[in-house]
Design a protein around this ligand. Structure first.
Ligand SMILES: [Cu+2]
Length: 460
C-alpha cells in the first residue's frame, strides 16, 4: 500500500510549525519543529503493518518529510528529487505506507537550505521512528532514545573537521588530487569555502546539565538508541567508566555485536547499544569535543542513590571502524556491476560555497536527470573515492547497503543506510536493486548535498 489516501482517519498526525524550544531554563530558541516539540514525537510502527500519517504544514514553505532508512515507495519517501509531492505551505498530505525494515529509523525534512540557515535540516525537523520487529527477544531492561542536535548555526570560512577517529587509510593519489586543486584555488586568491558552526548543542533538546538526567539502577542493561540529527556535524558519545555494546547500526542488527568505549555518528547515522550499568556515580555522557560538550552536547546519567557533581573523563584514543561489527572471516558476494564514483570539492566555487561533484558533475536541481540506470534484482557495488579532505556521510534512499570495503580492507555483513567516507579515503558498499523507482544518493551533510553532492539512480 502506498500513496495518498483520500479518506479515513490517520494513525499519526505531524504538524510542521515554527515554535519556541527551551533548550535550557529561560533559554529559548526559535525553530521549525514537528508537533511543537524537539525532538519530534517518537513514532512506533510495527513492521509490515500499514500506517496512515497526516502531515500538516503550518509554515509558508512547501515541505518534504523523509522517512529515513525505510524501504518505501517514491511517492511517500519525501524527496522532491524522486518526485515525492511537497506538503504544500499551509496544506496537508495524508500518506499510507508499510513500515519496514524493523529497527531505529527517523523522519526529517528533506528541503534544500542553501545559504538559508533557517531552512532544511538546520531547523528542528527531526524525530525518531522505531519499527518493531515481528519477533524481538529484547535482551535489555529498557530503552532510552538520545537525539543529538545543534541550534543557532552561523557561517565561518575554513575550519578543519577532526577525523583522526577513523582508522588511517588515506589514499595518496586522492590526497595529491585534492591538495593540488585546493592549492590552485587559494593561489588564485579564493578564500576557503563556507562552513557551518553552532552556538548551542543539545541531547533530546536540552543542553548538558539542563535536562532530566537518565536515571539508572546498578545492574540495569539500558539500550540506548542514539541518532545524530545534525545538519552538518559528526558526533561522538562516551560515558565514563562504561562501554557500549553495539548491537545495531542504522537500526540494522550487526552480525558481531562488540563493546567499544565511544561511539561515533556521522549526520543521520544511528547506533543502538546496550550499556550495562555497573559503575555507580553521576556521570556526564557526552561528546569528546571539549568545545561542543562545553556548549551543551551531553546528558547526565545518574545512578539511584548517587549524588554530586556529574563527572566527565575522556576515553582513551580509539579508532571507530564499522568492520569491528562485521561478520568474521566472511566476504561479500561479488556484485553484478561496479559503479565507480570520485567525490571532489571545488573550493568556494559557488558564491563562496564549496561546490561538490561526483565524477566531475554537480547535481542540477533544475534538470534532476537520473545519472545511473539500474536493473531490478542486480547487486551493485558503489566504489567511492573521496578526493577531498572532508568526511562525507553518504546516504542511499529507500535501500540498505552492505559495507564491503572500509579503511583499506574488505568486510561483510554490516548493513547501513549512511556510511562515513573519510578524507582521501575509499569505501565500498553493495546494494541490491529491490525497490524500483527514482532513488536518491547523496552526502547527508546539508552544505554538501545542497551544493551539488547528489545523484539519482533509476530502475523500473
Ligand atoms: Cu559531504
Amino acid at each position: 500500500m502506498s500513496g495518498q489516501s483520500e479518506a479515513g482517519s490517520a494513525d499519526y498526525v505531524l504538524r510542521i510549525a515554527a515554535t519556541p524550544v527551551e533548550i535550557a531554563p529561560k533559554h529559548i530558541v526559535s525553530t521549525i519543529t514537528y508537533n511543537g516539540q524537539f525532538p519530534g514525537p517518537l513514532l512506533r510502527f510495527k513492521e509490515g503493518h500499514p500506517v496512515t500519517v497526516e502531515i500538516h504544514n503550518h509554515t509558508d514553505t512547501p515541505e518534504q518529510l523523509h522517512w529515513h532508512g525505510q524501504m518505501v515507495p517514491t511517492d511517500v519517501d519525501g524527496a522532491a528529487e524522486e518526485g515525492t509531492p511537497y506538503v504544500p505551505a499551509h496544506g496537508m498530505r495524508r500518506i499510507t505506507f508499510t513500515p519496514q525494515p524493523a529497527g531505529l529509523r527517523f523522519y526529517h525534512t528533506h528541503n534544500r537550505a542553501g545559504a538559508d540557515l533557517y531552512a532544511g535540516q538546520y531547523t528542528g525537523q527531526v524525530g525518531p521512528v522505531y519499527v518493531e520487529a515481528k519477533n524481538d527477544p529484547g535482551n535489555h531492561d529498557r530503552e532510552v532514545f538520545l537525539i543529538l542536535k545543534e541550534f543557532e548555526p552561523s557561517f565561518s570560512q575554513g575550519g578543519d573537521m577532526a577525523q583522526d577517529f577513523l582508522p588511517p587509510a588515506e589514499v595518496k593519489e586522492l590526497k595529491t588530487t585534492g591538495e593540488t586543486a585546493m592549492k590552485a584555488s587559494l593561489a588564485k586568491g579564493m578564500p576557503h569555502g563556507y562552513e557551518v558552526g553552532y552556538r548551542y548543542f543539545t541531547i533530546n533538546g536540552r543542553m548538558l546539565g539542563h535536562g532530566e538526567p537518565v536515571r539508572v539502577k546498578q545492574g540495569e542493561r539500558v539500550l540506548f538508541h542514539i541518532l545524530n540529527g545534525s545538519a552538518t556535524e559528526i558526533r561522538s558519545l562516551a560515558l565514563p567508566g562504561h562501554t557500549f555494546r553495539v548491537i545495531a547500526l542504522d537500526g540494522n542488527p550487526v552480525p558481531h555485536p562488540a563493546e567499544v568505549p565511544v561511539v561515533w555518528l556521522g549526520t543521520a547515522e544511528r547506533v543502538s547499544a546496550i550499556v550495562e550499568m555497573n559503575h555507580p556515580g553521576v556521570w556526564v555522557m557526552a561528546d569528546l569535543a571539549d568545545d561542543d560538550r562545553g556548549h551543551g552536547m551531553g546528558i547526565v546519567v545518574e545512578y539511584a542513590g548517587q549524588k554530586g557533581k556529574p563527572l566527565w573523563t575522556p576515553p582513551k584514543p580509539f579508532h571507530w571502524n564499522y568492520a569491528r561489527f562485521a561478520k568474521l572471516d566472511a566476504t561479500a558476494p561479488e556484485p553484478d556491476e561496479v559503479i565507480a564514483m570520485t567525490f571532489a570539492k571545488q573550493n568556494a566555487a559557488d558564491h563562496g560555497f564549496n561546490l561538490w561533484t561526483i565524477n566531475e558533475t554537480a547535481f542540477s536541481s533544475g534538470s534532476m536527470t537520473p545519472a545511473y540506470h539500474l536493473h531490478q534484482g542486480k547487486r551493485y557495488r558503489i566504489s567511492m573515492r573521496n578526493a577531498s579532505d572532508d568526511i562525507h556521510p553518504i546516504h542511499l534512499h529507500r535501500h540498505s547497503f552492505e559495507i564491503t570495503r572500509f579503511a583499506g580492507k574488505p568486510t561483510a555483513g554490516v548493513m547501513k543506510d549512511v556510511v562515513m567516507v573519510g578524507g582521501y579515503q575509499e569505501v565500498q558498499v553493495d546494494f541490491v536493486a529491490d525497490n524500483p523507482g527514482l532513488t536518491l544518493f547523496h552526502c547527508h551533510q546539508q552544505l554538501h548535498m545542497d551544493y551539488g553532492f547528489m545523484t539519482l539512480f533509476d530502475y523500473v
